[in-house]
Ligand binder design. Structure first.
Ligand SMILES: NC(=O)c1ccc[n+]([C@@H]2O[C@H](COP(=O)([O-])OP(=O)(O)OC[C@H]3O[C@@H](n4cnc5c(N)ncnc54)[C@H](O)[C@@H]3O)[C@@H](O)[C@H]2O)c1
Ligand SMILES: [Zn+2]
Length: 529
């Protein structure tokens, strides 16, 4: 996600960019510096020696070279960048255009203060300010949002933009599906808007709101109100908190409750809670009346980053976790960041494991972004949370869009999960899912190192991030782990598959790994445990 700061010269884009970036843990790109790097001389020199057209061409190609990434980047553009239609189109492809506006006086003062870095001009700053504002009016007006800098300080403008993004605009990701697409919305304060969104998606009549008895129940009233205001007739249903929700007994009761409440094909089921509530509600919605619609309102970081997205639903049986289920993609996912304020720290860390996984699957920018934003996430800063959830949702969304039924590509999301699932089970589920996945990712990376797929420099990068997320990087692997690993192999046509990193953003599926390598990787995970 790129945020392009656009506006007249001297309005303060360059001072604002790093201050705004801190709200999200984002990186900053100065478009002028990119041009200078390519040209091998200053922008001023380019304009004076090669002419304005050449400068504009270099500017456009610098925009074209920016790579799409789930990581957040604030781009400090030049005053003339939005003049070309193609540039505005490119900026929209990569993210949002945030306009800055100010009075003639303000722009005049800004131009006067930065005269030395600008090309020689015959015109006085005030005349230049007037002509720029007049000639580029339409280009500057074509922004996704515009902030008047007025007499506000840089900090105030940055806060206003961050608040707009976090609480008003948010992020929307559309995931393609076999029948229909899934709308993923991420921002603070979404609970109040669930009703209108569902009506917009064609939901009518009666709906069931499923919550757990503890964590998510406190948010049910807000959602109920929003549903009722939108004309949806909602019944509230409760399931036990945590994994205890994912039992056949609980599913059977939900089927009965749906029937008793008269939920039909026009309505649907709304899951409000962590991955446990989401999984059992999704499974019940997939099977009741051979399938009614489901919407997910994840209330844990793990739910927002992973479980609510992608349409996998399941319950547990005696033989193991998640062994009975269905693919049943939600119509919509509403990730309201504000509900994370009550989430226990250990659960935040658990969700962060999936965010770390996504960043490693994505690219170096996303890993760097997470490195900068991690403390913010743990402190509950909404900007850092928005960026972190967006990275995970974008990575999962783009993979799931291309492989909705786990035919191949989706295997990538199992980075850290072969050993992670085994360790989770062998620990008797005392480790959270995220803690187990953290151990699983360290194991997979150690294995990749041993097989000479990854350089030894990769694992410390992963371990540093995990440790900062208060996740384990070392553990004793109980003997029982190997039994579970072998069971995973049986479930996958006799092949033990490992998703192993080669480097950040590049992974391979590896089968038939020698037992000596498996043991050596285990030694690494157990070293100094
Ligand atoms: N379907 C998928 O693709 C998928 C992916 C990953 C995980 N999962 C499943 O998700 C489940 C784990 O989900 P989880 O980690 O979200 O845990 P969870 O749903 O079990 O919730 C953990 C605890 O947090 C509480 N809680 C939830 N939201 C809260 C809030 N906002 N404030 C305070 N407390 C809150 C809950 O009451 C519960 O006690 C597992 O069953 C796992 O198999 C599914
Ligand atoms: Zn997982």
């Amino acid at each position: 996600m790129h945020l392009f700061l656009v506006g007249p010269p001297g309005i303060g884009k360059s001072t604002l960019a790093p201050v705004l970036a801190r709200h999200f843990g984002a990186a900053v790109i100065e478009l002028d510096r990119e041009i200078e790097r390519r040209a091998g001389k200053s922008c001023k020199d380019v304009i004076e020696r090669d002419g304005m057209d050449r400068f504009r061409d270099l500017e456009s190609s610098a925009l074209m070279r920016l790579q799409a990434t789930p990581a957040w980047t604030i781009v400090d553009t030049g005053g003339g960048t939005p003049i070309r239609d193609t540039n505005r189109k490119r900026m929209r492809q990569l993210g949002l255009i945030v306009g800055l506006r100010g009075s003639v006086d303000r722009v005049t003062a800004g131009i006067a203060a930065t005269m030395t870095k600008r090309p020689q001009q015959e015109v006085a700053p005030r005349d230049r300010a007037r002509s720029v504002l007049r000639e580029r009016r339409a280009a500057y007006a074509d922004a996704d949002v515009t902030f008047d800098v007025g007499s506000a300080s840089v900090n105030e403008v940055a806060r206003a933009i961050a608040a707009w993004l976090v609480s008003a605009r948010g992020v929307r990701i559309d995931i393609a599906g076999a029948d229909r697409s899934c709308r993923v919305l991420i921002r603070a304060g979404l609970l109040d808007h669930v009703g209108p969104h569902l009506v917009d998606l064609g939901w009518r009549g009666r709906v069931a709101l499923v919550t757990d008895a503890r964590g998510s129940a406190r948010y049910a009233a807000d959602v109920m109100r929003s549903l009722e205001r939108a004309g949806l007739d909602a019944v509230g249903l409760r399931v036990p908190a945590g994994e205890a929700a994912k039992r056949l007994r609980v599913a059977a009761r939900l089927w009965d409750d749906l029937a008793a409440s008269g939920i039909g094909r026009d309505g649907g089921v709304i899951a409000l809670g962590g991955g446990s509530v989401g999984d059992v509600s999704g499974f019940v919605a997939a099977t009741y009346l051979r399938g009614v619609r489901i919407a997910q309102i994840p209330t844990t970081l793990l739910g927002m980053a992973d479980a609510a997205i992608g349409g996998k639903t399941a319950i547990d049986i005696a033989a193991g976790k998640n062994l009975v289920g269905a693919f049943h993609p939600p119509d919509a996912v509403f990730a309201d960041l504000a509900v994370l304020s009550t989430l226990p720290e250990r659960q935040v860390s658990s969700g962060l494991a999936e965010v770390v996984k996504s960043a490693f699957l994505a690219d170096r920018e996303s890993v760097a972004q997470l490195g900068r934003g991690l403390e913010g996430v743990r402190n509950g800063d909404l900007g850092a949370l928005l960026a972190a959830v967006t990275i995970a949702a974008e990575v999962k969304g783009s993979i799931v869009s291309r492989d909705p039924r786990e035919a191949g590509l989706r295997e990538l999301l199992n980075f850290g999960h072969t050993m992670g699932h085994a360790y989770e089970a062998a620990s008797g589920y005392r480790a959270t899912h995220g803690e187990a996945v953290a151990i699983g990712m360290v194991y997979a990376t150690a294995l990749a190192e041993r097989l000479e797929l990854a350089s030894p420099a990769l694992r410390p990068q992963l371990e540093t991030l995990l440790a900062r997320a208060a996740l384990p990087t070392r553990a004793r692997l109980p003997r029982a782990v190997w039994g579970y690993v072998l069971r995973d192999k049986k479930a996958r046509a006799g092949k033990l598959r490992w998703i192993l990193p080669r480097r950040i953003g590049r992974f391979s599926e590896v089968t038939d790994v020698a037992e000596s390598a498996l043991r050596a990787a285990a030694q690494t995970v157990e070293s100094a445990a």
